[in-house]
Ligand binder design. Structure first.
Ligand code: HEC
Ligand SMILES: [Cu+2]
Length: 343
């Protein structure tokens, strides 16, 4: 609960205990060697103090002793490395079908939006026992989304999406902090994560919301900005069709290709000249007037255009990326399904 004094934050996510176990192991190893080394330094200091009668002739030399004190630390450090890498990999790998939530950090608040359009400020409601993935971006300076009880923390930077996933294991209310100093009111940039039972969450989520889902808002914006004058749904436009590009490799002018993840799509709108699609002219104007949220909406809309499966591929920017050689050919039988996962 908030406000209660504890030495250790509650462990309320699937990774929390794993992080704690690793952390305790490292603390235990450190404490053990600190005590051992201090004891030896003090003990030897006393035994061999000036004027003591300790035998000083023939100091013992042993190759075995040296081998041991080189090998034991090496093994311990390699265990920490392998164990740490395994836990890190788990924290960084978003499970399939995770529930998607948009996060915008700005001085000095967290703005969140669920896939059905419902918005929250400084408060995030999530269901228990279900993986949730946050797609985060900053409106201004670097912030950092930190939920101690979940043992997850991720920088939220301007101009680029980062992501964070967790699965809460216990209903309750948990602290949310900005963990990157971000200006005068950084200390006020706090909030809470409310973990609810699935049923209560569904009820909460379906409660009144006057906002369109991001993808729908994005479609309206796409029309208002007249993006469709160049981007037709089929071939023949001055710009490429955007249907089904999300999560697929896009061939670039001058060779090579790039995975059309959220960051690429966003960049294509903000700085169209940065990377030009093969076979097209650099005709697209930049859109510096679009706000962070509008860009999120356009990205969500483009991802929803015939995205494979639940569109997850387009949203994972740190997960295992698809090597270009493995790319599915465009004629593969892949019915453009709607976002089945979130509703
Ligand atoms: C004047 C025509 C024109 C307009 C208007 C236009 N685009 Fe483009 N767009 C292009 C062209 C040409 C390309 C391909 C060349 C390039 O990469 O810049 C492109 C590329 C893109 C890409 C990358 C596509 C890919 O296959 O990798 C995205 C995403 C995109 N545009 C989104 C938009 C959005 C969103 C808008 C409206 C806010 C918009 N465009 C308005 C001409 C246009
Ligand atoms: Cu901040």
């Amino acid at each position: 609960m908030l406000g209660e004094f504890r030495l250790w934050p509650r462990a309320a996510s699937t990774v929390a205990e794993k992080v704690d176990t690793l952390y305790l192991f490292e603390v235990a190893v450190t404490v053990f060697f600190t005590i051992l080394i201090c004891a030896l330094v003090i003990g030897m200091g006393v035994i061999y103090r000036k004027g003591s009668r300790a035998a000083r002739a023939n100091p013992p030399t042993s190759k075995w002793l040296e081998a041991i004190w080189a090998t034991v630390p090496l093994v311990l450090v390699m265990v920490m490395f392998a164990w740490g890498a395994a836990v890190f990999y788990e924290i960084k790998t978003v499970p399939d079908g995770a529930m998607k939530i948009d996060v915008v950090g700005k001085q000095w608040m967290w703005k969140l939006q669920h896939a059905n359009g419902k918005r929250e400020i400084n408060e995030l409601h999530v269901p228990v026992g279900r993986p949730v993935v946050l797609r985060m971006i900053s409106d201004d300076v670097i912030h950092d989304f930190y939920v101690p009880a979940f043992r997850v923390k991720q920088d939220v930077v301007p101009g680029r999406y980062s992501q964070l996933w967790f699965e809460a294991t216990e209903p309750g209310t948990y602290h949310l902090f900005c963990a990157e100093y971000c200006g005068t009111e950084h200390a006020q940039m706090i909030g809470k994560v409310v973990v609810m039972e699935e049923r209560a969450f569904a009820e909460w989520l379906s409660g009144t919301s006057s906002d369109d889902p991001p993808a729908v808002a994005g479609e309206k914006l796409f029309e208002r900005m007249r993006c469709g004058t160049c981007h037709k749904q089929g071939p023949g436009g001055r710009g490429p069709s955007l249907v089904g590009i999300a999560g697929k490799p896009v061939p670039l002018k001058g060779g090579g290709s790039v995975l059309a993840d959220a960051n690429y799509i966003r960049e294509s709108i903000v700085r169209p000249q940065a990377r030009i699609v093969a076979g097209y002219q650099p005709l697209m104007p930049a859109y510096p007037q679009l706000t962070t949220e509008e860009l999120n909406q356009l990205v969500a809309y483009i991802e929803s255009l015939g995205a494979p499966g639940d569109g997850d591929a387009g949203r994972s920017d740190t997960g295992p990326s698809t090597p270009v050689e493995d790319a599915t050919p465009p004629d593969e039988n892949e019915a453009p399904s709607t976002e089945g996962e979130n509703e």
